[in-house]
Design a protein. Structure first.
Length: 330
């Protein structure tokens, strides 16, 4: 079902947003034989802004699973750009979805925004606390832009679809670099995280050097925050690692952690050579020291990743863990 007009883009109009200059035009034949809505924008400030296009929407058809778009993005200067969807209910309910960051696209490309698990906006006024699809009033569709930027955003199609959402590429948890890591450990253990150029092909990676005393159980757990991505459609954690551990330690402790602290874990063996590990979310087990109200990993609640180790070293000693290319995969 087209979101606006026969092609899905007619009738979409820009929402006035402070700090964002916008001009629109319809361009015939921009995408093959398709007409595109071209949005030229200039955002001089560093603050976050929503380049939003509005369309009245009187409810969604039963079975709608996503908004499918076809777009081209040319942009200079932005720190990050994320597709976003906001739906407004009559009476004040407001719900939103923010997708993973996208890169500029010199050619038209396909994208999707899932309508499952929409979050309620902080300023929303909805007594029921539940989205009511037959009570919608309008929709905003566009881009969340961080940092000063200017460019063009062209839409040649925007449709509601019953096809399930599936990401088309992996999602890097740490962005372009090795990430920012903190360490939780037993007070008797020592440990330091650095990010040297010691990863595969000499690229930056997480390096964790630690020392365990012998004869007693220890833990040392470097972790990195997972940004507020839309994780629907991702099915596994994948990363590269190598590790040299003190005698007595069996391997790593890798945990996917929900925002409430629930930890779902796997314990792969150490490897002196770089190894790629892919762990389906379905194979992760709730840690015996952890608790969860529903005893299942809620993908949309993932807040951090731990790549560390635990166990009892026979006589004590030092170890090192390296990790790189941490990503979620469809």
């Amino acid at each position: 079902m087209p979101l606006g007009g026969t092609s899905g883009v007619e009738g979409l109009t820009p929402v006035p947003i402070g700090g964002l200059k916008v001009k629109t035009e319809m361009v015939a034949g921009a995408d093959g034989d398709r007409t595109a809505l071209k949005v030229s924008f200039d955002k001089p400030g560093e603050e976050r802004r929503f380049l939003a296009l509005e369309r009245p929407l009187k409810g969604m058809p039963t079975g709608t699973k996503a908004v499918a778009i076809r777009y081209r993005l040319k942009i200079e200067g932005a720190e990050a750009v994320r597709p976003a969807l906001v739906v407004f209910e009559k009476g004040g309910g407001v719900w939103y979805k923010v997708a993973a960051p996208v890169e500029p696209s010199p050619e038209f490309t396909d994208g999707r925004l899932s309508v499952a698990s929409l979050a309620q906006a902080a300023f929303s006024q909805d007594a029921s606390g539940q989205i009511e699809w037959d009570n919608l009033d309008k929709v905003w569709l566009g881009l969340i832009i961080d940092g000063a930027a200017k460019g063009t955003f062209e839409l040649s199609d925007a449709r509601l679809t019953s096809e399930p959402y599936k990401p088309t590429q992996p999602l890097r948890v740490t962005g372009d670099g090795p990430g920012v890591w903190t360490v939780s450990k037993d007070p008797a253990a020592e440990g330091t995280v650095t990010t040297p150029n010691e990863g595969p092909d000499g690229k930056p990676c997480m390096r964790f050097d630690f020392t365990f005393p012998g004869g007693r159980h220890m833990f040392a757990l470097p972790s990195t925050i997972v940004p507020a991505f839309d994780l629907e459609g991702y099915t596994a954690l994948r990363f590269k690692y190598r590790a040299v551990l003190p005698e007595g330690l069996k391997g790593l402790l890798v945990s996917v952690v929900e925002r409430d602290g629930s930890q779902y874990c796997v314990e792969p063996p150490a490897s002196a050579e770089w190894t790629t590990l892919t762990v389906p979310f379905a194979d992760l087990k709730l840690g015996g020291w952890s608790r969860d109200e529903n005893d299942r990993l809620d993908i949309d609640q993932i807040g951090s990743i731990i790549i560390g180790t635990h166990g009892t070293a026979k006589v004590g000693g030092t170890g090192t863990i390296w990790a790189a290319d941490i990503e979620f995969v469809p």
